[in-house]
Design a protein around this ligand. Structure first.
Ligand SMILES: [Zn+2]
Length: 226
């Protein structure tokens, strides 16, 4: 008897490893279908023009997003940050000045905490997530994040808007790649022109028509843990 149970679990394990989707689908059979979700994220802002235009577009479709801000830009441009807060968007930390290379744990903690203080003043909420500048993690950064109780958040789809890629190409490639649970990377400060905005003018309505629900990073992770 014990041998057959062991054989069953061995088989289950093999099937799980080879065809994980089969097991997940089988386990969820009978549950109501959940809408696919996607998180829009914007790095490096706020910017006095670009952030506001992106916020207006998000508002038009009643879509919420997550902004990973730089403290130095928020000090210069408090108004678009306040608009993002009032629009119900999530504000998270991207360091004070985008400089993390070669910094000590203490310097990184200061950079992150200084930005957190700006976010707290603007929104009354403490950031929980940190996006490492350029997606680069270091031992010092990991230690600083652990000390401050942050989770590092990267992305699953890079729009590459920061390269100056044309809006049509950004939209085409994102729409071809995107899947349920993706975190999409855009920028509301550093990219040239309005490519990000024009790409989003295509991406958002198309994903809505495909049945996607736009969630913030916090919502994405809290649902994933359930
Ligand atoms: Zn950045």
């Amino acid at each position: 008897m014990k041998a057959s149970v062991a054989r069953f679990f061995a088989l289950f394990l093999c099937v799980s490893l080879l065809f994980p989707g089969v097991i997940v689908r089988a386990a969820r059979a009978g549950e109501p279908a959940r809408a696919p979700r996607v998180a829009l994220t914007f790095d490096d802002g706020p910017h006095p023009g670009r952030t506001k235009r992106i916020l207006a577009l998000l508002d038009r479709y009643a879509v919420k997003a997550t902004f990973f801000i730089l403290g130095c830009n928020a000090e210069y441009y408090p108004e678009p940050l306040q608009m993002a807060v009032e629009g119900g968007h999530e504000i998270e930390d991207h360091s004070f000045d985008h400089k993390t290379k070669g910094k000590s744990v203490e310097e990184l903690e200061n950079s992150i905490a200084k930005t957190a203080a700006i976010i707290e003043r603007a929104s009354g909420r403490s950031p929980r997530y940190f996006r490492p500048p350029e997606g680069k993690s270091t031992l010092e950064l990991d230690r600083a994040l652990e000390a401050l109780g942050y989770d590092a958040v990267f992305w699953t789809v890079d729009s590459r808007d920061w390269t100056g890629k044309p809006a049509d190409a950004i939209a085409r490639d994102v729409l071809k790649t995107v899947r349920d649970g993706d975190i999409l990377l855009f920028h509301d400060y550093t990219c040239p022109g309005e490519n990000t905005l024009h790409a989003l003018e295509k991406i958002i309505p198309e994903l809505l028509s495909r049945g996607y629900r736009f969630v913030t990073v916090e919502e994405m992770f809290s649902v994933s843990k359930n």
